[in-house]
Write a protein that binds this ligand. Structure first.
Ligand code: SF4
Ligand code: SF4
Length: 258
């Protein structure tokens, strides 16, 4: 099998299984709701737990366990949850890959615009936690693509506003790879400091590297592994797209380093 699809095939297989399980739960076949497995629910439940010792709204201990587990995973393998498990990341990646077939040259936001827009995820995080803690309701539901898609615009969605938000997120995902993950995902914002410390990461062999830039072109987050010896960047999901794209055997490897 060509190396260029090997890692992706494994990753997409894992994500297809997780997407299938999420759909299974969303259709009501499982013991738990699909929401029970959302790690961000663990963040949303913290205030209620500290103040009144109760989980807010539909949240449950499983959300908290997921959050703790995923944070530990991030300390170990950076944002691998985003690159290997999250159904929304997977759908966004597939959408961008599909539209990539039609772009002659995909328009790229400048590094300054890209960097500024990434700050939005901290704003979303702050707003989501503030209003959830204040009202005790899962305020993000009406604007959260994960909830809107898998609940079919269920209880807590915000009517026409939710449709507009989801349409805008889909349009964004088709234009900019990993649009929601890059700019708006509050869970990604929670992961950021932990991801910087992640032990298992992409390491570049400077002697072998030819500076061909193929790794950056392949990176869905527009990172530049050719400019780093170790990819410590908070956005790296260890998706291995750069490893697949690198034409030099051994120039990029996944390694445990401190
Ligand atoms: S794709 Fe490989 S050889 Fe090319 S710049 Fe990246 S690490 Fe270096
Ligand atoms: S640097 Fe490599 S592993 Fe990290 S997100 Fe980009 S393509 Fe994926």
């Amino acid at each position: 099998m060509k190396k260029a699809v090997k890692n992706r095939l494994v990753r997409y297989s894992v994500m297809t299984v997780i997407l299938g399980l999420t759909l299974y739960l969303a259709l009501g076949f499982g013991k738990h709701s699909f929401e029970a497995f959302c790690p961000f629910g663990g963040m949303e439940s913290l205030w209620g737990l500290f103040t009144v010792g109760q989980f807010s709204c539909a949240l449950a201990p499983l959300n908290l366990s997921m959050m703790v587990g995923v944070l530990a995973l991030t300390l170990l393998t950076k944002k691998s949850f985003c690159g290997w498990a999250c159904p929304i990341g997977f759908l966004g990646e597939l959408g961008a890959r599909f539209t990539g077939l039609f772009w002659k040259k995909r328009p790229q936001p400048s590094p300054q615009v890209n960097g500024a827009l990434k700050l939005l995820r901290y704003v979303v995080l702050a707003l989501a936690l503030y209003f959830t803690y204040k009202t005790g309701e899962l305020i993000l539901r009406g604007y959260d693509p994960f909830y809107l898609i898998f609940s079919g615009f269920g209880h807590g969605s915000a009517g026409v506003v939710s449709y507009i938000v989801l349409a805008a997120l889909v349009a964004g995902a088709l234009a900019v790879p990993m649009f929601f993950c890059r700019y708006l995902c509050p869970l990604g914002a929670v992961f950021d400091p932990f991801s910087r410390l992640g032990i298992v990461k992409i390491v570049r062999n400077d002697t072998l590297c030819t500076q061909c830039d193929a790794c950056q072109k392949a990176c869905p987050h527009d990172l530049a592994p050719q400019k780093m010896i170790q990819v410590r960047h908070r956005d790296c999901t260890n998706c291995l797209e750069c490893v697949d794209a690198c034409p030099v055997k051994g120039a990029l490897e996944l390694k445990a380093t401190f």
